[in-house]
Ligand binder design. Structure first.
Ligand code: TMP
Length: 209
């Protein structure tokens, strides 16, 4: 692939939106063409699946159904947006990707990791992000922020233990893949958070020269 694939991860309310903008600007100032996208979503069909995933329904959605819908959206997103852009030499900055599936469907919903890994291989082969920035903050801090924003979606309505498992799974993955997943302490003032992010971006830009 000619471009780099960068993902941003973290629990609810850790400041992904603000920092996505910062990262985009960072690359644009270096004249690196960057496309910003998100999961679940990023194409019309994948955005329709997102609506189903985030809405509250009378009918229960099992962890396995949720998992399959996440990967259906991802498959569409990869073939329509991520791969074509990377091939053209654009960098792709994605708000969440498969680490979120391990954290939310695995850690949160307790779907077995081997099921997730099986779909990951089916949908992505050995394609993985070049860099993942994990915005980490205590669950309580993020939830207070998330809850003041707007009406809660199906995930945001979960209990604190769900989000504690999500956070723990993310942190375990960062330990498992230290070369790829970089932890950003997100419970600091914005300037400090962005300083940590910039340090990581500098590394990946340097490595690309
Ligand atoms: P967002 O609020 O960060 O846009 O993400 C939407 C929700 O989707 C968020 O609560 C996390 C959840 N999610 C999963 O459960 N699994 C996934 O694979 C992805 C990409 C998101």
């Amino acid at each position: 692939m000619a471009g780099k694939f960068i993902t941003l991860e973290g629990g609810e309310g850790v400041g992904k939106t603000t920092n996505i903008e910062f990262i985009k600007e960072y690359f644009l100032q270096l004249n690196i063409p960057v496309v910003v996208t998100r999961e679940p979503g990023g194409t019309p069909i994948a955005e329709t699946l997102r609506k189903i995933l985030l809405a509250k329904h009378e009918e229960t959605i099992s962890g396995q159904t949720e998992l399959l819908l996440m990967f259906a959206a991802r498959s569409q997103h990869l073939s329509e947006v991520i791969y074509p852009n990377l091939k053209k030499g654009n960098w792709v900055l994605c708000d969440r990707f498969t680490d979120a599936t391990y954290a939310y469907q695995g850690g949160g919903r307790k779907v077995a990791d081997n099921k997730i890994a099986c779909l990951e291989n089916l949908v992505q082969g050995d394609f993985r992000p070049d860099l993942t920035l994990l915005l980490d903050a205590p669950v309580e801090v993020g939830l207070v922020r998330a809850k003041t924003r707007n009406e809660l979606d199906r995930f945001e309505m979960e209990q604190i233990d769900f989000f504690k498992s999500v956070r723990e799974t993310y942190l375990n993955r960062a330990k498992q893949y230290p070369e790829r997943i970089k932890i950003i302490q997100a419970d600091q003032v914005l300037e400090q958070v962005q300083k940590q992010i910039a340090e990581q971006l500098e590394q990946i830009v340097k490595g690309n020269d």
